[in-house]
Design a protein around this ligand. Structure first.
Ligand SMILES: Nc1nc2c(ncn2[C@@H]2O[C@H](COP(=O)(O)OP(=O)(O)OP(=O)(O)O)[C@@H](O)[C@H]2O)c(=O)[nH]1
Length: 376
């Protein structure tokens, strides 16, 4: 139960606002994780501050925890700059006061590098980054030269100073490592998502036109034998007109899912037009491609598209062409397209794997009587 609550809290904190621009999502994720981790570090430091026995530092650490929690809330609601500024200001105050109380040989000044790192990787503008870095550097120098030990009436024993120094140093290393790893992993995930978004059709999840053509080109360059199957849903306009556009979308998703389930792992599917799909079957002979098409058709008959309480039968017309039938990839695609057109003209719900060699033949109607149209 606790893990469920924790996971839903984690998901809520890490989910960017819906209207956030895609290019800002990366920064959102990195800072959401950083705020959570830094809050945990402040909580972990509480026993140490209690042990040191300086109420002012314990209070400031508590303040930092509260400010971090507030920063997480502000961040999740889109107030990124404000969240970052109050978080960094609270940390800078804690570090400066700690140094003023205990001197600068305890390692609190190292935390300034974390603050600088956070400023530099943030979404702030360049002038804002330069200004804040300048302020930070001035504070750092002032702390080293004048502020350090200014309130230093607290005498800590040498072992305690050494322990605090080691803890601070280790924490700075851990924080830098954590934040750098977040930058790397979130960037990688974001990049992978952008790449996938750029190559996928958002409605059906299969490749979009550009991506499937790129796949075909890659296979063509490798000189692999390739069967190209072009599919088009029959009377799709009627489905849209009768049941509505969202029912039409559902049918397209149904077809795409069925294709994905039916095909081999090495095969590729792309949506190349409104209701038109292109399937690439590498290293596949004509007979094998015909049996794939036959399997697709059987699957579609066995699994009509569910639509509310009823199901909607969907049929496909298909044109098949093989890589050896033309010298150029575009020629093979055009051939499959012409055969698809022949399948449509010949009554739909069928595959054409031969003929359609020139537009002229089709215009003269020979295809309707010859052996070029072949039912699956
Ligand atoms: N729901 C939905 N419809 C789409 C989408 N893309 C295109 N369409 C529709 O698909 C229909 C295609 O109509 P036509 O080209 O006449 O094809 P058809 O009705 O299937 O007729 P045939 O192909 O000859 O069997 C058009 O009404 C388009 O508006 C889409 O993404 N979603």
């Amino acid at each position: 139960m606790y893990s469920g609550v924790l996971r839903s809290f984690w998901m809520r904190v890490l989910s960017p606002p819906v209207d956030l621009a895609p290019e800002r999502r990366r920064s959102f994720q990195i800072f959401a994780r950083t705020y959570l981790f830094v809050t945990a570090v402040h909580v972990a430091f509480m026993p140490l501050f209690l042990w040191v026995g300086i109420p002012l530092l314990t209070g400031l650490n508590l303040l930092c925890i509260a400010v971090n929690v507030l920063a997480i809330r502000l961040h999740c609601h889109g107030y990124f700059v404000l969240a970052l500024l109050i978080k960094l200001a609270a940390a800078a105050i804690l570090i400066t006061v700690a140094s003023m109380l205990l001197g600068n040989d305890i390692g609190f000044e190292y935390y300034f590098f974390i603050i600088l790192f956070e400023i530099l990787i943030s979404d702030l503008s360049r002038p804002q980054k330069l200004l804040l870095s300048g302020i930070l550097m001035s504070l750092f120098l002032a702390m080293i030269h004048w502020l350090s030990g200014l309130l230093g009436s607290w005498s800590l024993g040498e072992p305690a100073r050494e322990l605090l120094h080691a803890v601070n140093l280790a924490t700075v290393f851990i924080l830098i490592t954590f934040i750098a790893m977040q930058v790397y992993s979130v960037s990688e995930t974001t990049e992978r998502r952008f790449r996938s978004d750029a190559s996928r059709d958002s409605l059906t999840g299969v490749y979009n036109r550009r991506a499937i053509i790129e796949c075909a080109e890659a296979l063509w360059e490798q000189r692999r034998s390739l069967a190209l199957l072009l599919l088009d849903a029959d009377h799709f306009k009627q489905i849209n007109d009768t049941y509505g556009h969202s029912a039409g979308d559902k049918v397209l998703r149904h077809i795409a899912q069925l294709l994905q389930r039916t095909l081999r792992e090495g095969d590729s599917i792309g949506r190349v037009g409104g209701e038109e799909f292109l399937i690439l079957l590498p290293d596949t002979s004509c007979d094998e491609a015909l049996s794939v098409a036959s399997r697709l058709r059987d699957q579609l008959v066995a699994q009509p598209c569910p639509l509310g309480k009823r199901t909607l039968p969907v049929t496909l017309s298909m044109g098949l062409a093989l890589s050896y039938e033309d010298k150029a990839l575009q020629g093979v695609i055009d051939l499959a397209d012409r055969r698809l057109y022949v399948a449509k003209s010949a009554g739909r719900d069928q595959l054409v794997a031969e003929g359609g060699d020139s537009l002229e033949t089709m215009v003269h109607g020979e295809i309707f009587t010859g052996s070029s149209s072949r039912e699956v």
